[in-house]
Ligand binder design. Structure first.
Ligand SMILES: C[S@@+](CC[C@H](N)C(=O)[O-])C[C@H]1O[C@@H](n2cnc3c(N)ncnc32)[C@H](O)[C@@H]1O
Length: 286
């Protein structure tokens, strides 16, 4: 088999990165290195320098992966998995690729659990299960529940939880409907809801627009539809003294806190992500 990525000078991944650069892929070195490291089972730093031979089979697979990346398929979709905190999560067409930004939302949740001694957490719109499984794994004394509207996403999340040995309880639900068993018992509601304005969907990067499910992105005309619904539907589920940690899109924090306050939820704070952008808001119970 003829290798699709030929090395001219430097390492194999730098030759592949050059192809990706020419195709207009952002951060081409990162993609080329991560894909090679996954293929060869090496650290990324080793893969970035690797100029050794590839078997025909590896060369063919790497060439095919680089070509898919060149067509703007995300690395995580090519590999079928994503790394999130301590977890390796399987993905499907129905799950969002969990973002590094959301790891800081988990940090916020853990901080509130530790500070308030919360026992029962509900993750609304769990997707691959990233938030719920992390919380369950990192705070095993908590009872963690998670919902999604998508049965297919829940199948992937259940698989991910089983693999991580996390005892998350999953529920198929339209947001907070039908969760009567949790009535009055949720201490911490966390959600990374769809928050992109509908009109902005077409302008998203191809990696997101073509590969993440629209149902995981579309937050309605102003991007805030799910926050309004959460504020409307949450009260019967919340315990006395409960809190909400909600991921927000860039520039949405003040609006979401304002909506919450108007609905009776006291604004308690915000949390930054790794870039310093406000990524989550904290509200009390109405
Ligand atoms: C932005 S994604 C977040 C996924 C995951 N929590 C994460 O952070 O990676 C939003 C999730 O909400 C789910 N969702 C959309 N509409 C929903 C609804 N009406 N009820 C429950 N979940 C919904 C989507 O299927 C998707 O999994």
């Amino acid at each position: 088999m003829v290798p699709a990525v030929r090395r001219t000078s430097g390492s194999l991944s730098s030759a592949a990165a050059e192809k990706l650069r020419q195709a207009g892929v952002p951060e081409p070195e990162a993609s080329a290195e991560v894909l090679l490291s996954e293929l060869l089972g090496m650290r990324r730093s080793e893969a970035s320098l690797y100029d050794g031979p590839l078997t025909d089979e590896h060369a063919a697979v790497y060439g095919a992966w680089i070509s898919r990346r060149g067509s703007r398929e995300p690395v995580q979709r090519i590999l079928g998995k994503a790394y999130f905190r301590n977890l390796t999560l399987n993905l499907s067409d129905s799950t969002l690729v969990p973002r590094a930004d959301t790891e800081s939302v988990v940090e916020a949740v853990l901080e509130r659990i530790d500070r308030r001694g919360f026992g029962r957490v509900l993750d609304v719109g769990t997707g691959s299960g990233a938030i719920a499984i992390s919380v369950s794994q990192e705070r095993p004394s908590c009872e963690v529940h998670a919902t999604d509207l998508s049965e297919a996403a829940l199948r992937t999340a259940r698989h991910n939880a089983d693999r991580a040995g996390a005892g998350v309880r999953f529920h198929a639900a339209d947001l907070l409907h039908g969760l009567d068993k949790l009535r009055g018992g949720v201490d911490l509601l966390v959600s990374n809801p769809p928050y992109v304005r509908t009109a902005d969907l077409v302008g998203l990067d191809p990696e997101v627009r073509a590969w993440d499910p629209a149902a995981a992105l579309d937050g309605g005309p102003d991007g805030l539809a799910f926050y309004r619904r959460i504020f409307r539907e949450a009260p019967p589920l919340l315990s006395r003294g409960a809190e909400l940690v909600l991921e927000v899109g860039d520039g949405q924090a003040a609006e979401v806190l304002g909506l919450g306050e108007a609905a009776g939820y006291p604004p308690l704070g915000t949390y930054p992500d790794l870039t310093g952008t406000t990524r989550a808001v904290l509200l009390g119970r109405p």
